[in-house]
Design a protein. Sequence first.
Length: 347
Amino acid sequence: MLDATPAPLVQVDDLKMHFPIYTGLLRRRTGEVKAVDGVSFAIRTGETLGLVGESGCGKSTVGRAILRLYEPTAGRVVIDGDDVASLGPEALRRKRPTMQMVFQDPQASLNPRMTLAGIIGEPLDEHTRWDRAKKNARIYELMDQVGLNRRFANRYPHEFSGGQRQRIGIARALALNPRFIVCDEPIAALDVSIQAQVVNLLEDLQERLGLTYLFISHDLSMVRHLADRVAVMYLGRIAELSPASELYVRPLHPYAEALLSAVNEPDPEIARNRKRIILKGDVPSPARPPAGCNFCTRCPRVFDRCLVEKPQLAEVMPGRLVACHLYDNKPAAGQTGGAEAPEHRKP
């Protein structure tokens, strides 16, 4: 019997992005920064996957490596049936219209010497042979979609507010009718009053155009509002991947639990009774990650096995994947019997 479940639009398998470290007068390679160290996930068509974690954990690097803005060190990235990580230059160029990106800083990502019409129309110049009239019609259509007045077409980026600049970036990303968009902290540089407008715009565009998002952010409250599922990253690896509705009610990984305890709770009664988890110590260097679990140096529930063996991301409940030895009682390598997780933490 054939499986009726459709294949995911995006499938990432064991993605690694290591940056070399060169030292000395001869610039010898003496190490590497493991910015992304074996990340795997899938995104279904029309879904929004939130990718969260503290600064420096590798979120933005994942997004750029998926779109081949960085050359991945290892791994597979299948988008709409093609392994993007192995495509040649010409095949990758033909693939670009399918996958686009909205960048974090709307000021730095826009060419200050180009007008709004020039910026939005640049993808059309690169990937189509349309005449000027057809391009202009498409530019005005995109401006209408993101809520920009057509009279602004000949203005330059410095003449717009931060929220308007981000709308320009979104319009540029939509120019070639992509199926998959990486949103790399698209609201981080905006005022709080503007953030909701941009998020509502992204939601509206997704509903009308059938878009699929990887939404990268450190704003856990906004991710809760926007994402269907959430992947929590720590030091280059995914600690937990769960449906948003379940993750925010009961996080399973100790790091996810600590991260979500810092989210502001509007209900004063719930906020009063919630315990804030304060992690001790500093995040290890991605150039020298721990031998065992990446989180073992700060985890309040660490035990012997965590120090020697890296946990693998595995499904511990329906739809919930966790990389933690608390949910796996197999003995560590070289041990006759592994330390068991506390009973109340078993699924």
